[in-house]
Write a protein that binds this ligand. Sequence first.
Ligand code: ACO
Length: 430
Amino acid sequence: MSTNSSTLNFDGRSVELPVKNGTIGPSVVDISKLYGQTGAFTYDPGFTSTASCESKITYIDGDAGVLLYRGYPIEQLAEHGDFLETCYLLLYGELPTAAQKADFDYRVTRHTMVHDQMNRFFQGFRRDAHPMAIMVASVGALSAFYHDSTDISDPQQRMIASMRMIAKMPTLAAMAYKYSVGQPFVYPQNDLDYTSNFLRMCFAVPCEEYKVNPVLSRALDRIFILHADHEQNASTSTVRLAGSSGANPFACIAAGIACLWGPAHGGANEAALKMLEEIGTPDRIPQYIAKAKDKNDPFRLMGFGHRVYKNYDPRARIMQKTTHEVLNELGIKDDPLLDVAVELEQIALKDEYFLEKKLYPNIDFYSGITLKAMGFPTSMFTVLFALARTVGWIAQWSEMIEDPSQRIGRPRQLYIGSPKRDYVTVAQRG
Ligand code: ACO
């Protein structure tokens, strides 16, 4: 990594700040010594200009619409790879050999069951609990069940915790779903591949044979690949920040799930589908476009816009293709929601407001239609996202723990509250 420097003139002083260059992408001005040299902090709410770490995992070029995992384009991984291979790549940095892949798949598969007392833990939830609430709680609760993998200073324990989470997340996600619909939990079946096993745990019932549809399994596997990692987004940064204090891995991933739940992040696919349902028919699109453009109306086109992509989200293109594949397989010829989505996309992509603000469809625009067609209720959409993103969170968390320069994350602030003042007793307060 080559370095040069830049000069900052502040308060009559001139300060040299090192500039670091990555392999690709924007350089960074290293301001870590700024406070020591000037007594000033930088100010960047929402971190729009701030790199919080060095990372070798995922690269995004938002202007060009490029997404690479460990250097490999997302389009190639989604077309040729499978989800567990992507997990291996994200965790270890290289695509596995055939033997490494077989060993990895075997190890994940052999960790899919959850401790049987987790069943009782589930019974404590109300039947109408949101599955994301159950996920936040149950993943955090794993730390209470697997004490032998919570010492983060031990690489072996870190590895076991990582495998456990990747393997058990589908089981927990399926349990959250089964609980919400009042059906018995279906145990994992280890001779099925990762995604087929998940579909079976969600949709099989004990009273009849369940045959996994390979087209749907492949489509969902691809959806998992698309969601596996996305650089330093809000939930990943949450995981890193939680982990920087030395918290155990299960607790850190639970923190990531909590952050992902929000409608501006992982909750957007649920919100996008609800919006398409609310619009209902293509003739109502113009009124919703007008609402989205109205400064006095808080409404936004869900599934549109992205903090980093100022071009078509490359995942959205693959998602759109997957949507058509799934609908074809299921024989859904005319889906009114798809009609609304396609028309809305066409109109928005030509509209001056969206062009000027570089607002393009993101991955969530089409994923809701696809998941709904597969039989998932909207409340499960973000759960599926969390399932897939778990490997990204773990890879980023491991990278941070293994980084010798890692310190606890502790941002500063611009204080705008009252200056120092003296306490006034209740009797004296006017
Ligand atoms: N519809 C209408 N206007 C929008 C939209 C939208 N979906 N998104 C952004 N804008 C407008 C904003 O009003 C703002 O306009 P202004 O400059 O006149 O004030 C401008 O575009 C910039 O928007 P910001 O909110 O400042 O952009 P930011 O980068 O902070 O937000 C975000 C990105 C949260 C994704 C935003 O585009 C949004 O709310 N989109 C809808 C929710 C969504 O789809 N989220 C999924 C993200 S992808 C993911 O998490 C997997």
